[in-house]
Design a protein around this ligand. Sequence first.
Ligand SMILES: [Zn+2]
Length: 161
Amino acid sequence: MARSETVKHLLSYDDTYPCPVCRFGQLSNITLTEAFGCNTCRHIFITSSRQNQLKIADREPAMTWRWNGQTWRGEHIGDLELSWVYWLAALALISFPPGLVGLTALIFPSPGGGMALFPIIWTGITFAAHLSIVLWLLTEAYQFPVWVYLKARWQRLFQLG
Ligand SMILES: [Zn+2]
């Protein structure tokens, strides 16, 4: 018999839960199965042998969440906590290269004419490129299904409109 504090965390087929993928759908049990389905993004989840865990069944790589009684905690995230060192590194990665490009343009002004805009454009491109690297690393680190989320959001918008 499980201890009392784990019992309240156990998933019940009679309850509905917020969807961990699209974050506004409701998960409810699919009749006669051990699976849950979302009424918004239509993803199917199966409960694993440890009953407070939920695993997405129709997506690769498979992702697992644990229900803590209030919210889903991504098992794939583990103990990954982004410390300030990572944020500082990310900030440096985003701001340093475009800063360098911009600074170079200030120190060595272009002769003007058609080339005058070039350093500004180049600074912008450098900034966007490094920002996208950092955003990509963040989504990889948290395994956040960006496209699934955006798709569900778009469908929701479409349904309401
Ligand atoms: Zn959903």
